[in-house]
Design a binder for this molecule. Structure first.
Ligand code: HAX
Length: 434
């Protein structure tokens, strides 16, 4: 057994009694109450999910296994001479709660290399899709196409004990995590580089290999280590995480669950916002003949967008009430590597004007930027100007968090998810409306 799987097995054994005790001894304890607004309005802030992998504080932002982003970046081992940690080390951390040593990470790096061969039929399916298929549709199809490889589905069919569910789920999760970066880079080159593919590199870690397959030089490898880590997890209530959990609760395997989650990530209010930010910015530049507007000009574009009934992409959040620390981390990268870039200057200019405008507009509960406001500008700088592709890279990162959660869902025996719905008549009756 690998170090990671062995460690995970002992963590699961130690954790199970905690969940069992909460359920058995405190099953009737009230965790919270639900208001009419929450019931009709998208279940905001209802405390009805459990995860120990990450926690999102509205003011502080995300913590991975208790650590802030700067703490995580500091603690995890890095490839020699690189600025950002191995993605594989972050996966180890999310799964086990332990910061791995360098040898522990290196074992996992090798394991992922051994698992990353993508079946040829996946490439055939992708090639058969229409030329104008969205890259997220291609990504989702590729993930679902591999469902027949599921070790969980096979073991379930053969009959296994509930306490064993997590093991084949872990195998599926690792197979998928090894393959999704390869599939993403393949889709990129199929769609935007005349199908000229670059084979995976035998010596490279996940971030390094992704940059290699994309055909982009350093420090793009480091950028992608940061990018995948930042996008990995954002507790359990967001659409992609919740979808994975929900679909998995039917004992659907990791392929079905992740495929469904990617469908949610592809929505403009969720992951597609990163492509929308660049599309919006390019629209502004096009209208100005390629010249970035000054502050007054920017304000006008922001108001025009709001007045036409659209949202400002990359701003606002369902939970956060401050600037997203994922935005800040990417901004630090920009300040170091692309301080004079025109689009970065425009993104910074937006940061100066949008929060005040959104406050004046009076609708958004959070006027501050989220992760998606900053991520596209860096991709554009390194030549990935095909912004339709941005959400696929988000998806590769997000797979890390949601699949780690899926393994734990099966380890702790979380049951079928099945909330109760009411009719409008019933709600009216509850509040005394005749
Ligand atoms: N621009 C304009 N209006 C906005 C807004 C924005 N950036 N953010 C919120 N609002 C509006 C909402 O549309 C809503 O209007 P209505 O009452 O007319 O429906 C009102 O403000 C209240 O919304 P909220 O409670 O502040 O926000 P929600 O929890 O409903 O939604 C969203 C959160 C992220 C979906 C929202 O802020 C938004 O649409 N932002 C722009 C899209 C975006 O950046 N999405 C990515 C979010 C991060 C993420 O998940 N990445 O994957």
């Amino acid at each position: 057994m690998s170090i990671l799987k062995d460690r995970l097995a002992s963590k699961i054994e130690a954790h199970r009694p905690r969940t069992t005790r909460l359920l058995k001894e405190y099953g009737d304890f009230k965790v919270g109450e639900i208001t009419m607004e929450q019931c009709i309005g998208g279940m905001r802030s209802i405390k009805a999910l459990v995860t120990d992998i990450s926690y999102l504080d509205p003011n502080e932002g995300i913590r991975f296994r208790g650590m802030t982003i700067p703490e995580t970046l500091e603690a995890l081992p890095k490839p020699e001479g690189k600025e950002y940690p191995f993605v594989e080390g972050h996966i180890f951390l999310l799964l086990t709660g332990d910061v791995p040593t360098l040898p522990e990470v290196m074992e996992l790096v090798e394991e992922f290399k051994a698992r990353r061969a993508v079946p040829q039929y996946v490439y055939d399916v992708l090639a058969a899709m229409p030329a104008d298929a969205h890259p997220m549709a291609m990504f989702t199809v590729a993930i679902n196409a591999m469902q027949g490889e599921s070790k969980f589905a096979k073991a379930y069919e053969e009959g296994m004990k509930k306490t064993e569910y997590w093991e084949p789920m872990y195998e599926d999760a690792l197979d998928l995590l090894a393959r999704v970066p390869v599939i993403a880079a393949y889709i990129y080159r199929l769609k935007y580089r005349n199908g000229e593919q670059i084979a995976p590199h035998a010596d490279l870690d996940m971030g390094g290999n992704f940059a290699h397959m994309m055909g982009i030089d350093a420090p793009y490898d480091d950028l992608m280590r940061l990018y995948f880590l930042l996008h990995s997890d954002h507790e359990s209530g967001n659409v992609s995480a919740h979808t994975t959990h929900l679909v998995g609760s039917a004992l659907s395997d990791a392929y079905y669950s992740l495929g469904a989650a990617m469908g949610g990530l592809a929505g403009p209010l969720h992951g597609l916002a990163n492509q929308e930010v660049l599309r919006w910015i390019q629209g502004v530049l096009d209208e100005m003949g390629g010249v970035a507007p000054d502050s007054e000009g920017l304000k006008k574009f922001v108001w025009d967008t709001l007045n036409s009934g659209q949202v400002i992409p990359g701003y606002g959040h369902a939970v956060l009430r401050k600037t997203d620390p994922r935005y800040e981390s990417q901004r630090q990268f920009c300040l170091k590597h692309l301080p004079d870039d025109k689009i970065f200057a425009l993104v910074s200019g937006l940061y100066d004007v949008v929060p005040d405008i959104l406050r004046e507009h009076g609708k958004a509960k959070n006027p501050w930027p989220n992760v998606d406001a900053q991520s596209g500008v860096i991709q554009w700088y390194y030549g990935v100007t095909e912004y339709d592709f941005y959400t696929v890279m988000f998806g590769v990162g997000r797979a890390i968090g949601v699949l780690s959660n899926l393994v734990w869902d099966r380890a702790l025996g979380y049951p079928l998810e099945r909330p109760k719905s009411l009719t409008t008549d019933m709600l009216e009756k509850m509040v005394g409306i005749q």
